[in-house]
Design a protein around this ligand. Structure first.
Ligand code: SAM
Length: 87
């Protein structure tokens, strides 16, 4: 994870090990659960910040960002993935 400028450090730092709810990877082989992404995004960004995932894969970083009130930019190499719609 990288940040531009001098971002505000998390008020409540996260633990190094987080629980993980396996999604079944229905959309992408390396899909992450939104329940794991949102605490990370909300710890290290502020509302309306921009989250960039230059290797967006499933796009779930973008989904979690939107659900957390952040803007997002996702870059995806393979058209078959960025054309998919999350149900
Ligand atoms: C580890 S996965 C991404 C995981 C993603 N953050 C997620 O949670 O689903 C890496 C992704 O980067 C994509 N990728 C590889 N090279 C790329 C490139 N040059 N530009 C954009 N995406 C690329 C691969 O297709 C793969 O889907």
């Amino acid at each position: 994870m990288l940040a531009k400028g001098r971002p505000v450090m998390p008020v409540k730092p996260m633990r190094d090990v987080q629980s993980w709810q396996y999604t079944g990877n229905l959309y992408h082989p390396t899909q992450k659960p939104i329940s794991s992404l949102q605490p990370l995004i909300e710890s290290f960004t502020q509302p309306n910040d921009i989250v960039l995932d230059p290797f967006a894969g499933s796009g779930f970083t973008c989904v979690a960002s939107a659900l957390s009130g952040r803007h997002y930019i996702g870059i995806k190499l393979l058209a078959e993935y960025h054309a998919r719609r999350v149900a």
